[in-house]
Design a binder for this molecule. Structure first.
Ligand SMILES: NC(=O)c1ccc[n+]([C@@H]2O[C@H](COP(=O)([O-])OP(=O)(O)OC[C@H]3O[C@@H](n4cnc5c(N)ncnc54)[C@H](OP(=O)(O)O)[C@@H]3O)[C@@H](O)[C@H]2O)c1
Length: 257
């Protein structure tokens, strides 16, 4: 009986999720969590080989497909969304995890890096989400999860466009919730602390910055990708039907200090 209730609230069987940035790091891990909870997943990123090997691993848990796409290309987003929908027929949820951090000193931030960062980190989560709106609205159900950051709330050196995009993600999440939650589509954001991925290579390859980051948490360590399991499945599942417009920091207490 209890197991049945848990399955009803947190199970994702028969649901299909699209995950961007799923060729590596946090997006790849989150796609695996969704599959563990029973969802079909469609992975999106540019690197075909990485997508293919992620797909082979995830297929041990659930059904998986992938679409190779450059999400910087705004004119192509509708086409990418159609390909994602065709994989399993419908899309119930989307994780917008594709992102970049180009790390330039503030005085040297170029127009190009500003545009690129704001485009992929902030514009794409909105415009790509909107591509799935019609289907979700028609079924009265949707789960959209954006990825925020410590830099949504804190300023770090060499991160100005990145921080601006990630602060924007929190407001984008509220605004999407304002517009779409009345149709059963919840929109939330997860703000990870420091997790070892390609994007945080410069932090983790230097023991000073790695230890500094760990020491800023109340728990005393940096994140491991499995630490994101609970928040991902919660926001993806029916259990979170009255939670929307929120940003949840999964940061070992970094922002509590
Ligand atoms: N790691 C952390 O500590 C941390 C903390 C807070 C927030 N985040 C956020 O978490 C998200 C995932 O980052 P990560 O740490 O997992 O880094 P990552 O391993 O570098 O992953 C970034 C992902 O984004 C994809 N991507 C980048 N540009 C793209 C484009 N133009 N089109 C399609 N896909 C693109 C990459 O795939 P391809 O290269 O194959 O296209 C890759 O799958 C980002 O939004 C990041 O800001 C990370």
């Amino acid at each position: 009986m209890k197991a049945k209730l848990l399955e009803q609230k947190f199970g994702l069987a028969d649901r299909t999720f699209v995950v961007t940035g799923a060729s590596s790091g946090i997006g790849r891990a989150m796609a695996g969590f969704l599959a563990e909870a029973g969802a079909n997943v469609v992975l999106v990123a540019r690197r075909k080989q990485e997508l293919e090997s992620a797909c082979i691993e995830i297929e041990k848990l659930s059904q998986c497909g992938y679409v190779v796409a450059d999400l910087q290309d705004r004119g192509n987003l509708e086409q990418v969304a159609t390909a994602c929908t065709e994989a399993f027929g419908t899309v119930d949820g989307l994780i917008n995890a594709a992102g970049i951090n180009l790390r330039q000193p503030t005085d040297q931030v170029s127009l190009e890096s500003w545009d690129k960062t704001l485009n992929i980190n902030l514009a794409t989560p909105f415009f790509f989400s909107r591509c799935f709106l019609e289907g979700m609205r028609a079924r009265g159900y949707g789960r959209i999860i954006n990825i925020a950051s410590l830099q949504s709330a804190r300023a770090f050196p060499n991160g100005l466009p990145y921080g601006a995009s990630k602060a924007g993600i929190c407001q984008l999440t509220r605004a999407m919730s304002e517009a779409w939650s009345k149709f059963g589509i919840t929109c939330n954001a997860i703000a990870p602390g420091f997790f070892p991925t390609e994007l945080t290579g410069p932090v983790f390859s230097n023991s000073d910055t790695r230890d500094w980051a760990a020491n800023q948490t109340t728990i005393g360590r940096n994140g491991e990708l499995d630490d994101l399991f609970g928040a991902t499945v919660l926001f993806a599942s029916p259990a979170s039907s009255f939670i929307t417009g929120q940003t949840l920091y999964v940061d070992g207490g970094f922002t509590a200090k």
